[in-house]
Design a protein around this ligand. Structure first.
Ligand code: NAD
Length: 338
């Protein structure tokens, strides 16, 4: 198969591209190499992907319609996976414009091109953040989820809605994934695991928000990739409508479905810190801080729809996943810091 993936210099895009290349597929990777975090990490990921002859990287921004059109025309993809975005909850307070251009205009360009080339399956990355501070757990895809607490979440929810209209009007089969705190080797430097491990190794304190009372449904990267690979074969259509109306989100107006990718096993932030300490074999200097603006107290995925469609749900233990991250970090950090 030929895949066109945006965001391949990023954490998730890199892992997905590598897995698909290992499986023998062709991958065109489109990434603007933004400077949101240490660009060296993006170059390192690109170098690892360049070892596969079937990988074709394109460096350009999503907002550059012509560059995106040309890249898709050259790739002739069967499937498009749109992962490139301005990610991160906190940074959306500082620089909302980056979210507006990347996540709204950029995603709209993807929709237009998917429509024009008549793509077989469009997959998009949304987020658990769109559930906001919903007190009802676990979060089901059928929940209303229309009270986002951050502009980041608002742009992702808007992307879902824009994509639904394109799926209806132009019959673009579309699956929107709601990811839940993804972690693992090659992970993002702005996320808690990376910051905790780095600071603990450097002997610096770690900042624990919400006095440690927050919880997150952590998803190990390999489990996430496995879920995406399985879902790429489940093109939304009436033929694969799930009988259980409590979980199914397949639209009655369009070949469009939203789906959680999370295991449904939330962990408290303090248990998470304990796990990191165990993996590193050293204690953290804990600096307790209140919840930050825009933080949500918990995330908790219902994996029922994912199970119904793929017979699979993420299940790697936090111990295993954190250990894998630490092993990678100990190898990679000199090159990253150098
Ligand atoms: N990692 C998580 O826990 C998580 C959780 C929920 C949702 N998501 C979503 O998953 C996707 C991938 O996230 P990630 O963790 O790999 O993030 P990442 O920041 O590591 O990767 C995103 C990539 O997109 C590129 N990019 C950003 N804006 C661009 C633009 N306008 N044009 C071209 N390229 C651009 C960046 O250079 C980067 O390499 C994102 O859409 C993110 O919002 C991630």
């Amino acid at each position: 198969m030929r895949y066109f993936i945006t965001g391949t210099a990023g954490f998730i895009g890199f892992h997905l591209a590598r897995r698909l290349l290992q499986d023998g597929h062709e991958v065109t990777g489109f990434d603007g190499m933004t400077h949101y975090y240490n660009i060296k990490l993006k170059h390192m990921r690109n170098a690892a992907l360049a070892q596969f002859p079937a990988f074709r990287p394109v460096t350009a921004m999503l907002e550059d319609r012509k560059a995106l059109e040309d890249a898709v025309a050259a790739a002739k993809p069967d499937v498009m996976v749109h992962l490139a975005a301005q990610a991160g909850v906190r940074y959306s307070l500082e620089n909302p414009r980056a979210y507006l251009t990347s996540n709204l205009e950029g995603s709209w360009n993807i929709l237009e091109i998917a429509k024009n080339v008549g793509i077989g399956h469009l997959m998009l990355a949304s987020t658990s953040s769109i559930y906001g501070a919903s007190p009802t757990v676990p979060f089901h895809e059928t929940d209303r989820a229309d009270e986002p607490l951050t502009f980041y979440a608002a742009t992702k929810k808007s992307m879902e809605l824009m994509a639904h209209s394109y799926a209806h009007l132009y019959k673009v089969p579309t699956t929107a994934f709601r990811f839940f705190t993804v972690y693992g080797p090659w992970g993002r430097p702005d996320m808690a695991l990376f910051k905790f491990v780095k600071n603990m190794i450097d002997g610096e304190p770690i900042e624990i928000y919400g006095e440690g009372k927050m919880s997150r449904d952590f998803t190990y990267i390999d489990d996430l990739v496995e879920s995406i690979v399985r879902l790429s074969a489940v093109v939304p259509s009436e033929e694969n409508r799930v009988a259980d109306t409590k979980v199914e989100t397949l639209s009655h107006q369009a070949p469009f479905r939203v789906i959680n990718i999370g295991g449904g096993q939330p962990e408290s932030l303090l248990d998470f810190v304990d796990t990191v300490e165990k993996a590193l074999g050293r204690p953290a200097k804990r600096k307790m801080l209140p919840m930050q603006k825009g933080d949500v107290p918990r995330t908790f995925a219902s994996p029922d729809l994912l199970m119904a469609l793929t017979g699979y749900k993420p299940d790697t233990s936090l111990e295993t996943g954190v250990k894998a991250f630490v092993d990678w970090y100990l190898e990679a950090h000199r090159e990253l810091d150098g």
